[in-house]
Design a protein around this ligand. Structure first.
Ligand code: C2E
Ligand code: CA
Ligand code: CA
Length: 284
C-alpha cells in the first residue's frame, strides 16, 4: 500500500519536474534565438482586417506578429510575447513591428491605395518607457504619415499598474493625433472607473468577455450597457474574435460599431492584406 502511494507520489513529482524543466529549457531556447531571429527576419507581421458592422466595409486592420522559426516552425505569440515582456526584448520587437507597419503605410500611400488605419500592439513594457511619445512622433515623421493612421492598442491590464503615468502618456499621444484603443476590455481587470478619468478613442471588447455575455439570456447580459456607456463617453466600440454570423448579428443588435475576427478574415501575410486593400475598393 505504502509502496503504491510512494510509487504514484514519486511519479507525480517526476512529471511535474519534467514539465517545469521542459518549460525552462524551451524558454531558454527562445531567449537564445530571439536576437538572431530578429536579425534574420524570422518575425513576420500579419494583418487582420477590422470591419464596420453596419455595411461590412473594411475600416482598419491590426498588425499581429508571427514567428516562423526555420526548425521549430510556427511559434505562437501566446508563448513568446509574455516571455519577451519579462526579458525586455518586446521593446525591440515592437519597435520593429511599428517601423514595418509605418513603412508599409507609406508604400501603400505612394502606390495610390486608399489606405485604412493600422493598429499596433503597445505592450505594458513599452508604455512606461520615458521617450515613448517621442519615439512614435519620430516614426511618423520618418515615414511622413498622419498620426491618425496609426492606432495604438494598450491592453486593459496595463492600466491598473501605474494609472497616473499611463493617463499622462495617453494624453500626450492623443494630443499628437494618435488614436488610442483600450484592448481586452472586460478581461477581468475592471478598469471601469478609469474610463471616466481618461480620454480614449476606442474600446476593444475582449473575445472571452463577449462570449460569456452572449452565453447569458439577453436580459442578463451587460453587453448593450457597455456599448451604450462607451458611446456616451464618445468611444467607438470594436468586438474581437467574431467568428460566426450569429455573433455578428448579436453585436449589431447591441449597436457595436466594428468587428474583427475569423468571420471576416484570419490574420493574413502582408501581400494578401495588400490584395485585400485593392479588392475592397480602396484603390484610387
Ligand atoms: P490580442 O492583441 O488580443 O490579439 C487578438 C488575438 O486573437 C490574435 O492572436 C488573433 O490572431 C486572435 N484572433 C483574431 N480573430 C479571432 C477569432 O475570430 N477567433 C479566435 N479564436 N481568435 C482570433 P495572436 O495573433 O495569437 O496574438 C495573441 C496575443 O499576442 C495578442 O492578443 C497580443 O496581446 C499579443 N501580440 C501579438 N502580436 C503582437 C505584437 O506585435 N506586439 C505585442 N506587444 N503583442 C502582440
Ligand atoms: Ca491587440
Ligand atoms: Ca485583444
Amino acid at each position: 500500500m505504502v509502496d503504491t502511494i510512494k510509487g504514484i507520489y514519486s511519479q507525480y513529482v517526476a512529471v511535474y519536474n519534467d514539465e517545469f524543466r521542459n518549460k525552462l529549457i524551451r524558454e531558454q531556447a527562445i531567449t537564445d534565438s530571439m536576437e538572431n531571429a530578429l536579425a534574420e527576419k524570422q518575425f513576420m507581421v500579419y494583418f487582420q482586417p477590422k470591419n464596420n458592422l453596419a455595411d461590412d466595409s473594411m475600416v482598419g486592420a491590426e498588425a499581429l506578429v508571427r514567428w516562423i522559426h526555420p526548425v521549430w516552425g510556427f511559434v505562437s505569440p501566446i508563448e513568446f510575447i509574455p516571455l519577451f515582456e519579462k526579458n525586455g526584448f518586446i521593446r525591440r520587437l515592437d519597435g520593429y513591428v511599428w517601423d514595418f507597419v509605418c513603412s508599409k503605410l507609406r508604400e501603400w500611400i505612394d502606390k495610390g491605395y486608399k489606405v485604412v488605419p493600422v493598429s499596433v500592439n503597445v505592450s505594458r513594457a513599452d508604455i512606461y518607457q520615458p521617450f515613448l511619445v517621442d519615439y512614435f512622433r519620430d516614426l511618423i515623421e520618418k515615414y511622413n504619415i498622419d498620426p491618425s493612421m496609426l492606432h495604438l492598442e494598450i491592453t486593459e491590464s496595463a492600466y491598473k499598474e501605474n494609472p497616473e503615468q499611463i493617463i499622462k502618456t495617453v494624453e500626450e499621444l492623443r494630443q499628437y493625433g494618435f488614436i488610442i484603443e483600450m484592448d481586452d476590455f472586460g478581461s477581468g481587470y475592471s478598469s471601469l472607473n478609469m474610463l471616466g478619468k481618461m480620454l480614449l478613442d476606442i474600446l476593444k471588447l475582449d473575445m472571452q468577455f463577449i462570449r460569456n455575455e452572449m452565453a447569458k439570456p439577453v436580459e442578463c447580459s451587460i453587453l448593450i450597457d457597455i456599448v451604450n456607456m462607451a458611446h456616451r463617453l464618445h468611444l467607438g466600440v470594436v468586438a474581437e474574435g467574431v467568428e460566426t454570423e450569429e455573433q455578428k448579428e448579436r453585436l449589431k443588435s447591441v449597436d457595436c460599431d466594428y468587428a474583427q475576427g475569423y468571420y471576416y478574415s484570419r490574420p493574413v501575410p502582408v501581400n494578401e492584406y495588400e490584395h485585400m486593400l485593392i479588392i475592397n475598393g480602396h484603390t484610387v
